[in-house]
Design a protein around this ligand. Sequence first.
Ligand SMILES: [Zn+2]
Length: 351
Amino acid sequence: MRFSDIIGNADVAKTLVSMADSGRVAHAMLMYENEGCGALALALAYVQYLNCSNPHDGDSCGECPSCRQMAKLIHPDVHYVFPVNKGPKTSDDKPTSESYMKYWRELAIANPYFVEADLQRAIGIESKNGLIAVAEARNIISKLSLTAVADGYKAVIFYLPEKMNQETANRLLKMVEEPPVQTLFIFITHAPEKVLQTIFSRCQSIRVLPLTKEEAEQVKALNPFDDSEEYNVFMDMFSDLMNALVSRDLMGALECGESMAALESREKQKAFCTFAGECIRKIFMFQQNLPQIAGVSEQEQEFYVNMAGRCGRKFCSRSMADVEKVVAMIDRNVSSKILFTDLVNRMFLNI
Ligand SMILES: [Zn+2]
């Protein structure tokens, strides 16, 4: 991936190039974005630029051996970590990213702007939560302890550090604090507030901005899954629910709960919960006076400002936790009508 292939975020690309050119390469960087805005593409272009043997005009050459290995995501010094779980596409009992590397490569080469649901589909764990377990930290530590194969940078591109537990973070911490020479960690997060503080505080953070409408359309053309229709359906459901809640219309809110329970599959119900959780997080960001990192499009700004003003202080944190619980319960075959009725009731009490 060359910088010239990146859609949007020209300023972030410029910053990365000048960091590399001036030799101020942060050894731990946290890029945060709303899903699908190109943080992975930027990370790939950055590492490719750093390791290119013939960079020019602020971009990698795209032709040297290092660039060619990067294009296929097979550069021997560049490692990838992402959330996984057991599934039909691996026989590993305790799978790590390595178990699914083939699928990661296929997906990221076809479309580096993929969202988490695309990754879950690609590795065949749609119905499970992806996690970054401690075995992953062990793998990374042993890989980074080896001498670099080429003479450039060793890099770990770490997708969704918010999915790693405390134990994994503890294992990694020393490596992140004092990495071997010419080694860098790039963390890509969709929920910076959920990244463990010990990791977060050691990273230089970079905000990858939401795409404009035109840019998003270009990205969409790359994506084999068309999610825009789903987005509109989900956004309508979520705003109906929020409007009912803030107007203290319990009957209206319960009707919304019924339509959520009526979504055609458990996958859709979970996808809606993930979507709703993300929207609530945006309301929270507005309440915290951080609209700039909420990543809300101009058309939706008014909705979020309105909701941030009308929801109570504890609504967002409680509701995000409640929504997550529902996702876990959907997997346990609990009646979705009961789950969503309960969820809506709780949100009604917390508003
Ligand atoms: Zn090159």
